[in-house]
Design a protein around this ligand. Structure first.
Ligand SMILES: [Zn+2]
Length: 579
């Protein structure tokens, strides 16, 4: 392996020599990008090299395609491939084809070469002989121009996999570059929006799968679109450690929410695999396809499937265009009948851990890069309608009024004051309306919402009780009536004590400071996973005042690096405390 920094500083000849084999027998690609150094990440380097290939004259492109060996072809059998190609073909099992597979491949290869006058090229990582044959059969039907582009695309994918084996770079920078890269797939040009099973969402899934394969993980996409990568352990039957987060986003989102908890483990797992570090258990990284509930108004579709709690009634729910979830799954070639099989057997799972940005200002305020989540807050949500009497703004004296909005204002302040009385408690009135109100009319009706959250159910319930009682007192004093409807009661989900302690010990070892523990005010995939296994979460500091679900959401490469080292320490220490 070679450090990216070293490549950035190397003489042009050394740079080209180091990267000359990334594109088969084509050092000109490295030559064309040498002047664009320094590269901030291997992803930037790869993008530059891919651009150089895609912008090269057609003859040069064709020569590059022709420099590639045939898959499982005669050259492979004679042992004439480059070392890289031999390893790649072996990885897909192409050195161990059955006789009928070999015959089919040979026949298709011949047909392909006759039709296009180029060898069939496929980035075989993640493929099996059968899927290679299927791809070959499908691509023979392309027109020549289209197939030329597909071949170049595959060559660029091969280059990504080869670069991953060659280049070493700081974890934080690598993670940030991958986060930027994923944010390029969006439903809108000027912002990041990635909702379930849209083309942008599926492209994101494909790129995540490519990252997993590049890290050397076995990767597959399950029946709801979760992308799952596995790093095998030294004891294949040991209970698995699951980690991950979601890759869908809200509309006009930040780049870090969810995705950090996918890409950070991939970077750490890839690094461990290349270093030959074997964990005593398999590590499974799950990129959950859906958490935010944007498209079908149904949240946690990805983690519900893994937890065996998928709500099959949701298949008939529709998006804004009237497309049902069932239709969207079919269009994405996902098999509804296989959703049940995505569920994990709790007996085979040791725990689920999730790395996530804090989405709030607590760590930023405390000057800490990371923190350990103590619990995920549950919430109680209510809708309140205050009824007084309407009247003319000019004729009813102040003392004779029953103003619903003025009463509601006092109630809003009561929510604020009660929820300020305890730490670990938050209360919000997010909606406040005077239906049909007018500037010259005393409000006869006012409606508002209350959202009270805490990591402690007891604290939250006590606050809810007190707020309700205070609202009644205010109503009585002001001679208005109130109707309070509770619309949601979700219990908080505590993080396992032993996982909190393990995270805290890792934070202490890596940062040298004691870990701050804090509750999560936002919901996470871990909540759903808690239905069948122990959960633990690590929060990473947000910048910009902790803003999230917003394009201004941010975090630093330095913090990503600390979090990655804490995650590595957690994994390597975990074997000791597994039951
Ligand atoms: Zn999230």
């Amino acid at each position: 392996m070679i450090a990216l920094e070293q490549l950035n500083r190397a003489a042009v000849a050394d740079f080209v020599a180091a990267l000359g084999a990334i594109f088969e027998h084509s050092p000109w690609v490295a030559e064309r990008v040498a002047g664009m150094r320094p590269f901030k990440s291997s992803i930037d380097l790869h993008r530059a090299m891919a651009q150089a290939v895609l912008q090269a004259p057609a003859e040069l492109q064709t020569a590059l395609i022709r420099a590639h060996p045939e898959l499982a072809g005669r050259a492979a059998q004679r042992g004439e491939l480059t070392a890289a190609s031999t390893g790649e073909q072996k990885g897909a099992g192409l050195n161990a084809c059955t006789e009928p597979q070999l015959q089919r491949l040979t026949a298709l290869n011949l047909q392909y070469r006759e039709r296009f006058r180029i060898p069939f090229i496929l980035a075989v990582k993640g493929h099996t002989p059968d899927s290679v044959i299927a791809a070959l059969a499908e691509r023979i039907a392309h027109d020549a121009n289209h197939e030329h582009r597909v071949a170049l695309n595959e060559i660029c994918r091969i280059a990504r996999f080869r670069l991953a084996e060659l280049i070493e770079e700081p974890w934080g920078e690598a993670i940030m570059a991958m986060l930027e890269d994923l944010a390029r797939f969006s439903e809108t040009d000027d912002a990041l929006s990635c909702s379930y099973l849209t083309p942008a969402h599926r492209a994101t899934a494909e790129r995540i799968r490519e990252y997993m394969l590049a890290a050397g993980l076995a990767a597959h996409v399950d029946a709801v679109g979760n992308v799952v990568g596995v790093l095998p352990g030294s004891a294949p039957d040991a209970r698995r450690v699951l980690t991950g987060s979601h890759y869908d986003t809200v509309i006009n989102a930040g780049k870090y929410d969810g995705r950090l908890g996918i890409l950070l483990p991939i970077v750490v797992a890839g690094s461990m695999r290349r270093a030959g570090v074997k964990l005593p258990f398999p590590l499974e990284i799950i990129a959950f396809a859906e958490e935010e509930g944007v498209r079908f108004k149904s949240t946690f579709l990805g983690s519900r499937a893994i937890a065996g709690r998928f709500d099959f009634k949701a298949l008939d729910s529709t998006d804004a265009q009237g497309i049902t979830l069932r239709q969207a799954l079919a269009a994405a070639h996902l098999d509804v009948a296989a959703i049940g099989a995505a569920a994990r057997d709790p007996a085979q799972v040791a725990c689920f851990v999730e790395v996530h940005i804090e989405q709030g200002p607590v760590l930023l305020d405390a000057g800490l890069a990371v923190g350990v989540v103590s619990s995920i807050a549950g919430s109680r949500r209510s809708v309140v309608t205050v009824s007084g009497s309407s009247g003319h703004a000019g004729t009813v004296p102040m003392g004779l009024r029953r103003d619903a909005a003025a009463a509601a204002a006092e109630m809003v302040l009561a929510v604020e004051s009660r929820c300020s009385a305890d730490t670990g408690l938050v209360g919000t009135v997010g909606r406040l309306d005077v239906p049909g109100g007018a500037i010259n009319v005393i409000p006869g009706r006012c409606e508002f919402s209350i959202d009270i959250r805490s990591g402690s159910d007891a604290l939250r319930d006590a606050a809810h009780r007190d707020v309700c009682a205070e609202i009644q007192r205010i109503a009585q004093r002001r001679a208005v009536t109130v109707e309070l409807t509770e619309v949601l009661e979700a219990a908080g989900v505590p993080c396992s004590e032993r996982l909190q302690d393990a995270w805290a010990a890792s934070v202490q070892r890596v940062t040298g400071s004691p870990a701050r523990r804090l509750p999560s005010g936002a919901g996470h995939d871990a909540m759903m996973m808690a239905s069948f296994t122990d959960i633990g979460m690590l929060f990473v500091r947000c910048g910009n005042g902790g803003i999230s679900h917003h394009p201004h959401e941010t975090m630093s490469a330095a913090d990503a690096d600390v979090a990655a080292r804490v995650f590595e320490d957690f994994l390597t220490s975990f074997g000791c405390l597994a039951p």
